[in-house]
Design a protein around this ligand. Structure first.
Ligand SMILES: C[S@@+](CC[C@H](N)C(=O)[O-])C[C@H]1O[C@@H](n2cnc3c(N)ncnc32)[C@H](O)[C@@H]1O
Length: 255
């Protein structure tokens, strides 16, 4: 623990403390047959962001309650989940037992994964390492773990939204930029103990390319007509005009 970077130690304490709040939403997601993306519940059958995972090696970086891993394991993937929070992994193990889907779950930092180079075909993160680990560390680590041709797919908050969200999570979002885009990286909030990371678009593209990836896509997720926001920090009206969530998709180049 003492040798972990400061933000990883803080995020472990934060996620251990809030893990109990995520058990029921994790259970509901595990119970779902369909793969869906993000707070707007957009079906993978429409977005088609994932490669065929049947018989493929997949790692979920910051798996939390591991429902994404569960969805992929049921589709024939050989999945490994890694997460920094022992309490989140306890939930994941309980849900594995409840739903009868078992795969290895590792306690660890997605920025420094104790697994060999080139052992996976897909690295995925849904609000895991994608926003809670330092991208300058976890993205090169994902590149190391992937085989040439393997894909990295990750979902997080929209960069633009991170500049507009209120200082306190329960306050409404506005249509004004509250913070600088230039150099955006580490985010801390007065009412949340954890540390988040969000990059601007150019910085993300350069980081992916310098880590050995070819950028395939960046898909903004838009709420459907009539959808209501399930979270306090962004409204559906806002998210219809500006991207509240983004999925990045990149392919590991050879060499
Ligand atoms: C929003 S939750 C996970 C999302 C997952 N899809 C779910 O909803 O259960 C974020 C997770 O990232 C994990 N996490 C944070 N920093 C991490 C790190 N450096 N390495 C691995 N996992 C990390 C947290 O412990 C937490 O379980």
């Amino acid at each position: 623990m003492a040798d972990l970077p400061e933000h990883v130690r803080r995020n472990r304490a934060y996620w251990d403390a809030v893990a109990g709040d995520w058990v029921e939403s994790g259970r509901r997601a595990w119970a779902q047959d369909e793969i869906t993306w993000g707070i707007w519940d957009l079906p993978e059958s429409e977005l088609r962001l994932l490669p065929d995972v049947d018989g493929r090696d997949v790692i979920e970086l910051g798996c939390g309650t591991a429902y994404v891993s569960g969805w992929l394991a049921r589709r024939g993937a050989r999945v490994v989940g890694i997460d920094n929070s022992p309490r989140q992994l306890e939930t994941a193990r309980a849900l594995q037992r409840q739903f009868g889907v078992e795969f290895p779950l590792l306690l660890g930092n997605a920025e420094d994964v104790p697994l060999p180079d080139a052992s996976f075909d897909l690295a995925i993160s849904e609000y895991g390492a994608a926003i809670w680990a330092d991208p300058t560390r976890w993205i090169p680590e994902a590149a190391r773990l992937l085989r040439p041709g393997g894909e990295l797919v990750f979902l997080g908050n929209g960069a633009l939204m991170m500049l507009c969200v209120a200082e306190y999570e329960n306050d409404p979002i506005g249509d004004r930029l509250l913070r600088s885009y230039r150099g955006m990286h580490r985010f801390e909030w007065p009412d949340i103990e954890g540390v988040e990371f969000h990059l601007g678009y150019g910085d993300m593209i350069r980081l992916l390319r310098s880590s050995g990836f070819e950028v395939l896509d960046m898909v903004e997720l838009w709420p459907r007509t009539g959808a209501e926001s399930p979270v306090a920090y962004v409204s559906a009206d806002w998210a219809r005009r500006w991207p509240s969530e983004e999925v990045w998709k990149a392919r590991r180049l050879a060499g």
